[in-house]
Unconditional design. Structure first.
Length: 283
């Protein structure tokens, strides 16, 4: 037991037994000044002095030791929980932003598609709208992928994490190319969209495989996400199938948002000392 708790305990026990400090001296062979300093919490006595005081005051040495051990466990547990919560806060902020970006990104790509599907009429497209939509989609996609990458640290998944990192880089490359080309798109570069479909489709398949590699995480939900990712990726890669991919791909996006929402709820519970999830959270 540490000071000042030890001194307080000895003082309260002495008063409860109706002893003066002088009377306690006679029982434990310590001088009055020493007892005064111990009770005031000014010094940390040696074990033999504590044992003498406990015996004189009829305090169970073994029980006191157990209480001290339990106190240390509680302190360590409290410190661990506080550390986890501190780490969880930035995780939560990023995941909330990723969740919001994912929701907005469900709608914005419809405007983006309108700029892509008819390159012959691109001159009719408002230049300002083109730039804002392209930049918006790129930024939202980057934020969403960053949140997903953070999630793979919270729920360790090396395959998914590496795939998402490469996806983030590929997304930046294709986004930069599109912004560089601007509104000069025409049928001559229609092959660009075919290449993009094949590349992105391949990575959606890999992301699906990454989710399939999860085990015992939110029941079989990750398996469903994995299947939807693979199906969407195959359809996108086929180019022709890209025209019918909207339903499975939208479900794939929605299922990922659901997983992020679940992760946010799990991390939020780390503030409770009784949380069984606490030990799973890492930065």
């Amino acid at each position: 037991m540490k000071q000042p708790e030890l001194g307080k305990k000895i003082y309260e026990r002495r008063k409860a037994k109706g002893l003066t400090q002088e009377e306690l001296v006679e029982k434990c062979n310590l001088n009055v000044r020493t007892i005064q300093r111990i009770e005031a919490g000014e010094v940390s006595p040696r074990n033999h002095s504590v044992k003498a005081l406990f015996e004189a005051l009829e305090i169970d040495w073994v029980e006191a030791g157990k209480a001290e051990h339990q106190e240390k466990i509680e302190e360590e547990k409290s410190s661990e929980v506080n550390s986890i919560v501190k780490k969880a806060v930035p995780n939560l902020i990023l995941l909330y932003l990723a969740l919001a970006a994912g929701v907005i990104n469900l709608i914005l790509p419809f405007f983006e598609s309108g700029l892509d599907v008819n390159p012959m009429k691109v001159d009719e497209v408002n230049v300002s709208t083109f730039w804002w939509v392209k930049i918006g989609v790129a930024l939202l996609s980057t934020l969403f992928l960053a949140g997903m990458i953070k999630m793979t640290h919270i729920f360790p998944n090396r395959i998914l994490r590496r795939t998402l990192w490469v996806m983030l880089i590929i997304n930046a490359i294709f986004g930069s190319v599109e912004l560089a080309l601007g509104t000069e798109l025409n049928l001559v570069i229609v092959g660009f969209y075919i290449i993009r479909s094949i590349v992105f489709g391949s990575f959606f398949v890999l992301i699906g495989i990454g989710f399939l590699s999860y085990k015992n995480v939110w029941s079989n939900y990750t398996q469903i996400i994995g299947v939807l990712g693979i199906l969407s990726g195959v359809l996108i890669m086929s180019v022709i199938g890209a025209y019918i991919v909207s339903v499975p791909f939208t479900l794939f996006k929605l299922s990922q948002l659901g997983f992020l929402f679940w992760a946010i709820n799990k991390i939020g519970r780390t503030s409770s000392p009784d949380s069984t999830f606490s030990s799973q959270v890492t930065a």
